[in-house]
Structures are given as C-alpha cells and as structure tokens.
Design a protein around this ligand. Structure first.
Ligand code: ZN
Ligand code: ZN
Length: 262
C-alpha cells in the first residue's frame, strides 16, 4: 500500500492512501488548487481517486471538498452528522452516508470508520486495510479512548495527532475558553498524551509512525521530533506538516529496508 499526507495541521488536512488502482482521500481540508499542486508534485492523478472519506465537518477537513469532488466527480463518504454539520449541498449522486463505525469496500481495500470524541456532530477516524496491512489516520482525537488504543495496537502505519505542547498552550495567548476547548476531552491530544498512547499501545507490527495535525500556535516540528524520535529507533519516523506534502511512502519498501537493517 502507498500513502502520504498531502497536508496536515490545524489549518488543513488531506491524506492519500492507495493499493494498486484503488486510491482514496481522507479529508480535503485545503483548497482544490493546492491539492492539485501537491498531487502533481507526488505524481498523483486526481481523476483516479475513487472515493473521498470525510472525518468531520470542521473547515480544516472540508475546505476544498465541494470544488474537488465536483471537478473530478468523486463520490464522498461521510456520516449523516458530518453531512448535516458541513452545510454543504453536494450533488446527491456523489453523496454516500455511512455509519461512524462503518466498513466500506472500495475496489480491493476496506475503509473502516472509528468513532471518536471530538466537538463535531458525528466524527470518526478511518483505518484503511487491504486485509493484511492497516494504515490508520488518527487526528482530532479528543482523548485517549479505547478506540484509539485498539487502532494503535493493530496499525502497520499510524498517522497520529500530536496537536499541542501543554506548556505552550497554557502560556500562549489563546483565551481561557479556547484553551479549554482544545484540552477538555473533545478537542485535541497533546504531544505528551500522544507519546503515552504510542509507547503503551504500539505493537511489533508497527513499521511507520507519522505525527500530524500540529497546532500552528501551540507546537513546533522541533518539539514533536524531540518528543518522539528517541523512541523510534526500530521504525520509520516522519512528521506531516501544513507547509508541504510528505513523500509518497510504500509499506513494502519500508518492510524491505527494515528487514535489511535487522
Ligand atoms: Zn476538528
Ligand atoms: Zn482538525
């Protein structure tokens, strides 16, 4: 399976996962022009995307959705709550309503919905699997709930939220209300919580950890790297940012490299 982050952060998210000819996006939270530019850099042909899955209706997850799905006539899969909350009126022939814990087959891959705690109407994360490799995209996690722990235990590739540094958030210039909205169990998880989750629930099958959805105000790439890198000696480690797309990764290549290194 191949995968990359086209964008990741509190201002825009878009993730690509493919197996052979079956390619999907999770979220289209940056505008279509930027999605197209970044796809061109990665060698992705947008017209070959077979489905778009949307995690929830916050603008950093749907900003480019309407234009992108209409331009390329790509079906959109989302929960009834997310559809309603988005206030977007997409062409009905492109809309598919799924349960938050649904299992959707797109060609040879399955996309599994994972309900989560977040201040949206009916949010879920997604795990994409071909039956043997699980690629998990886990952001906007209000808290370290059992669903998150379970997914981490079964991930071969894990993109995990590492949203904020607790001291930067506490000392920063956000209002008391906004600070609490982020950390009250319905917003985002901190670098510290993310690290604890990773250390306690990673299994020996995990091959690649990607940290994502970093806050612009309350986090830095350097802090996330300092937090996680010392614990990633035996696996591949990456940080997905708002500034540019990641490389296109291939699970098979990573496995080969790790076998050679072992
Ligand atoms: Zn959100
Ligand atoms: Zn978000």
């Amino acid at each position: 399976m191949k995968y990359c982050a086209i964008a990741s952060g509190s201002n825009g998210n878009c993730y690509y996962i493919a197996k052979g000819e079956d390619a999907i996006l999770i979220d289209v939270g940056i505008n279509t022009k930027h999605v197209e530019l970044r796809m061109a850099n990665l060698g992705i042909d947008p017209s070959r995307i077979k489905a778009i899955f949307i995690t929830h209706e916050h603008s950093d997850h749907i900003r480019g959705l309407s234009v992108f799905c209409k331009r390329y006539q790509i079906p959109v899969y989302w929960t009834a709550g997310t559809s309603h909350g988005s206030r977007l009126h997409l062409p009905s022939h492109l809309v598919h309503i799924i349960p938050a814990n649904g299992r959707t087959k797109i060609g040879e891959i399955y996309v599994l919905g994972i309900p989560k705690f977040h201040d949206a109407k009916e949010p879920c994360s997604f795990v994409v699997t071909d039956g043997s490799t699980n690629v998990s995209i886990m952001t906007d996690l209000g808290r370290a709930c059992n669903n998150v722990k379970h997914v981490i235990q079964h991930s071969d590739v894990l993109l995990l939220e590492s949203n904020y540094d607790e001291d930067l958030l506490e000392g920063g210039r956000y209002s008391y209300y906004l600070k609490n909205r982020i950390r009250n169990g319905w917003g985002h998880i901190s670098n510290k919580t993310s690290l604890e989750l990773f250390l306690q629930h990673r299994s020996s099958r995990l091959k690649h950890l990607i940290l994502g959805h970093l806050s612009e105000q309350n986090n830095t790439v350097e802090l996330v790297e300092q937090t996680f890198l010392p614990h990633c000696e035996s696996i591949k480690f990456s940080i997905a940012t708002r500034y540019q797309e990641t490389d296109m990764f291939d699970v098979d290549d990573i496995l080969q490299l790790q076998k050679k290194g072992a």
